[in-house]
Design a protein around this ligand. Sequence first.
Ligand code: MG
Length: 385
Amino acid sequence: MKRLAILGSTGSIGQSTLSIVEQFPERFQVAALAAGRNLDEAYAQAVRWRPRVVSVGSEELAGRLAPMLSKAGVGGIDIVYGTSGTVACSTHPEVDFVVSAIVGVAGLEATHAAILAGKPVGLANKECMVAAGEILTRAARERSVPILPIDSEHNAVHQCLRVGAHAEVKTIWLTASGGPFRQLPLEKFTAITPEQALKHPTWVMGRRITIDSATMLNKGLEVIEACRLFDLTPDQVHVMVHPQSTVHSLVEFVDGSIVAQISVTDMRLPILYALAYPERPASALTFDLAALRHLEFEQPDFERFPCLRLAFEAAYKGGAHCIALNASDEVAVEAFLAGRIPFMGIPGTIDKVLASTPEAHPATIAEVLAADREARQRARELIAG
Ligand code: MG
């Protein structure tokens, strides 16, 4: 029995994880749930799953949750809050495996703490790997703690890498749907509205990641994530637009063999893989190969999607540049959704923040968070100006 901590339990990955637990009650149990501001859902999950500990976003929310649970006759659950609450979930002695699915750097400390406590991590939070991948992977290596990617592309790469040795890997190909503007001419990019950008052709996801898919910054973050997770240089990581989102990624070995992973477009599969690794439980997530008519692959267009170019530049520089890329994008996406900057203002903002970022390699999580705050501040000032 694997006892789970789910960080970001009320988000889409968190809910998909709980649906896997529901399907495999003989394998998985919920020991800790960390939610944010969605109190009603956190309450419903606590009642349904009876974890040892529940964390919510603030002291005020924790104060409201306690009487709700006692009124429902649910006792024996520790209620905690904030960053220390999330850390209490990820390091709880009765937790065997941590699903890290809090969006943004908010989940960074808890993910790092989980690794330091020797807990295997299923990582759905790519911002953690982008901002602090050098620190997290070093800590994991030193303690032989596995980090299992839940991001669908990296999960696919993880599966493909089992075919050969690290030294035999030539290139990995991260596939990208291309987002809603794959075929839109460059001159129309200035008039893109938030409503248009929020419509993703193949995946239903949170708001920031949906906009990041439209700018392809999401794929850029995934390039950095892949470099850290799989110990590869940026020139070993390539992006390939693949509109069907059927091949989740590919690995090319030095002998010329390319191994691809194909499955349904459903996050429950990478979640199940990460939770059960190295086993493969039988599931109903089957893919109808006969219904597949064609697979298209095309090179990404770095001119229409400058975020991709900016991400590769940050990947080469590493450290503070990766932090600034992620932080400035998050600020710029919020501003775009609020109608304060145009769509192409997103790469514009990131470009300027990166240009003013010093080359540095933060060595601690506190230094990462400080660099993150600085980059956010610069992005806000640029947008306000
Ligand atoms: Mg992905």
